[in-house]
Design a protein around this ligand. Structure first.
Ligand SMILES: Nc1ncnc2c1ncn2[C@@H]1O[C@H](COP(=O)(O)OP(=O)(O)O)[C@@H](O)[C@H]1O
Ligand SMILES: [Mg+2]
Length: 266
């Protein structure tokens, strides 16, 4: 199965909203990991409106890793997002804990990849890649790594050098097809073709601008009418299919096992 990472390289384009929304739209069992080195669990405080205590998370994984028990800790730390099939590992409670996670990323990446045996995928919110303690090893080993960006000129200008650097890194790793873009706000003002041209990265999917639906994921706002069929939720389901399609294509090209696709809930 697959590890999918989402990250930003400037501003706050919508990594957390897109990661959570994608996990909730995912057609298979999925583990959502908050690996953002900037502390404060956006999902617990936002989408879940602070109703679930932040009593375990990434720090527990770092401690378990030191004790040589990371594999079991991932399952024990994950909690179910109510009303969904998504399991969720909250992030750090304090930004000063960020350095403790530096040695966690590589082994955690291995554990996430091994979730395959349980028929589970992982979606990782990596936050801003430029922060101290950013989970770059997870990005590097993802089946699909998504540079998440909006489309304004300042956004694209900030992303250009990152896109170039990351392309070089994925080339060196021998997995250039694993890196792509996720556009947030197609046509706000530019479209995915312009983004692709400027960043020289394939756009795996483009999500529509839909503030009402995004507010549900971002801070637990009341769901608007036709929430399930809102532009963003439709876009998220299409994005899940685009990602799974890309993984299948990449694995077929390499002759490795492709994930079986179950019908979507959409
Ligand atoms: N597709 C979208 N349409 C409209 N607003 C969005 C969309 N995605 C995110 N947002 C908004 O963008 C802001 C930042 O989102 P967030 O996911 O917290 O960004 P990040 O995790 O990149 O810092 C929030 O106000 C959120 O509601
Ligand atoms: Mg975020």
């Amino acid at each position: 199965m697959a590890v999918v990472s989402l990250f930003s390289v400037g501003g706050a384009p919508g990594v957390t909203v897109s990661s959570l929304g994608l996990a909730l739209s995912w057609p298979r069992p999925v583990l959502l990991v908050d690996a953002n080195p900037n502390a404060g669990s956006a999902v617990l405080a936002g989408y879940l409106r602070g109703q679930m205590p932040h009593d375990r998370g990434l720090l527990d994984l770092a401690i378990a890793h030191r004790a040589g028990d990371l594999g079991a800790a991932v399952g024990a730390t994950a909690r179910e997002i109510p009303g969904s099939k998504v399991r969720y590992i909250p992030g750090l409670r304090s930004h000063v804990q960020a350095p403790t996670t530096t040695s966690l990323w590589e082994p955690l990446s291995g554990v996430l990849r091994s979730l395959e045996q349980q028929g589970m995928d992982a979606i990782v919110d990596c936050g801003h890649l430029g922060l101290v303690g950013a989970p770059k090893p997870i990005v590097h080993t993802s089946d699909v790594a998504l540079l998440t960006t909006r489309t304004s000129l300042p956004d694209l200008s900030a992303a250009r050098s990152w896109a170039k650097e990351l392309s070089g890194e994925f080339q060196q790793l021998g997995t250039p097809d694993h890196l792509g873009c996720l556009v947030v706000g197609e046509g706000q003002p530019y479209g995915h073709r312009e983004v692709q041209k400027v960043l020289r990265l394939p756009v795996v999917s483009a999500l529509p601008w839909d503030p009402e639906t995004a507010a549900v994921f971002h801070h637990g706002a009341d769901a608007p009418k036709r929430f399930t069929n809102s532009p963003l939720n439709r876009g998220l389901r299409a994005t899940a299919q685009a990602i799974l399609g890309l993984i299948t294509t990449n694995r077929e090209r390499l002759g490795t096992h492709a994930p079986s696709q179950e019908p979507t809930r959409a």
